[in-house]
Ligand binder design. Structure first.
Ligand code: SF4
Length: 332
């Protein structure tokens, strides 16, 4: 597998005044292989969007590295940055907010092409716009209309067409289906899967729950309060979740088939998400973890490979602690 993106111990802290520091992302490490979809999942405020924006170079990093195709994205010169944005594009959660309401669909999609002077004349550009509309399930009749005339799902298709305008290799999809009706979510996920296959795209797919992520992701990373807590293949995460937070997220997903009796034990997380300005000591999940032990308050759990290519940060799996506490929750 060829790595296209490598994120090494990425840290992003924001200074909030009065010497307060918001620890949005703490030492997050993962990679993405060419042509795969990596799902990044966690509640709002867990830092997943900050990871996406820091990878895009929209935020400076506080520490660590982001390497795209071997290049450090925070050390690119202007020319390299311009080229980088041809290769890496973003799809946003709220397609309406990300589309200029005064521009027609045709203008919205053509804008990045103009910035990069991709086509020799307006006709060639328009031909490509219409081709893109068709690729995302719209058509030439939509080209002269305005974003407000479309449904949420159609607007997301327009956002996807715009993201494809520069023929990128890599797309960061930041909660692209969260604002859509459940019935439309599957359509957009299927569209992204088809486009990925046709164009060999690589995706970072950011989501706040695990319900649709399995459909699209090859591997999944789970974040909590600025930390990556578990990372493994999509199948392994759903069949054998190790971190108590992942187990809780999975237990919250309803079983889609109404004929199957849901006998799973629900894990209800107590308490609120702590503030990333003043995170708990030791394990950041300990204030809500049903398995918290004394050591969890004093020692930060190490990021370790517990099973083959299955990484987790939790003292329950730390053999050096010599404790007998075993997780006793089984999702299936
Ligand atoms: Fe829970 Fe402790 Fe594991 Fe953190 S380290 S998830 S508090 S058992």
């Amino acid at each position: 597998n060829e790595k296209i993106l490598q994120v090494n111990k990425l840290r992003k802290h924001f200074h909030m005044g009065k010497e307060q520091i918001l620890q949005a992302v703490n030492d997050v490490t993962f990679h993405i292989n060419k042509g795969e979809t990596f799902g990044l999942v966690g509640e709002s405020g867990c830092g997943k969007t900050t990871v996406g924006r820091t990878i895009m170079g929209l935020y400076d990093k506080t520490a660590g590295d982001v390497l795209y195709d071997g290049q450090n994205v925070h050390e690119l010169n202007d020319k390299e940055t311009f080229q980088f944005y041809r290769n890496m594009q973003m799809i946003f959660q709220d397609p309406y907010a990300s589309l200029n309401p005064r521009s027609t669909v045709k203008e919205v999609i053509a804008e990045p092409m103009e910035v990069h002077s991709l086509y020799p004349n307006k006709q060639a550009q328009l031909d490509r716009v219409i081709q893109l509309l068709e690729e995302v399930g719209l058509n030439r009749d939509h080209a002269n209309r305005y974003p407000h005339e479309f449904s949420g799902g159609q607007r997301q298709r327009i956002g996807i067409a715009r993201a494809l305008a520069l023929d990128p290799d890599f797309i960061i999809a930041d909660e692209p289906i969260s604002a859509l009706d459940v019935s439309v979510q599957a359509q957009v996920v299927n569209l992204l899967k088809r486009l990925q296959k046709e164009k060999g795209l690589t995706f970072l797919f950011i989501a706040h729950d695990l319900s649709m992520v399995k459909q699209i992701s090859d591997r999944i990373g789970v974040m909590y309060l600025g930390h990556m807590v578990e990372l493994t293949s999509s199948d392994s995460l759903y069949d054998n979740p190790l971190h108590p937070y992942t187990q809780a997220l999975l237990s919250a997903i309803p079983i889609p088939d109404p004929d199957i009796e849901d006998t799973r034990e629900r894990i209800i997380l107590e308490g609120e998400l702590p503030s990333p300005i003043n995170p708990p000591s030791g394990c950041v999940f300990r204030t809500r973890c049903p398995f918290a032990m004394d050591v969890c308050a004093s020692k930060k759990p190490e990021w370790q490979e517990v099973e083959k290519k299955h990484y987790v940060a939790c003292h329950l799996y730390d053999e050096t602690l010599n404790q007998t506490n075993e997780p006793d929750i089984h999702i299936r």
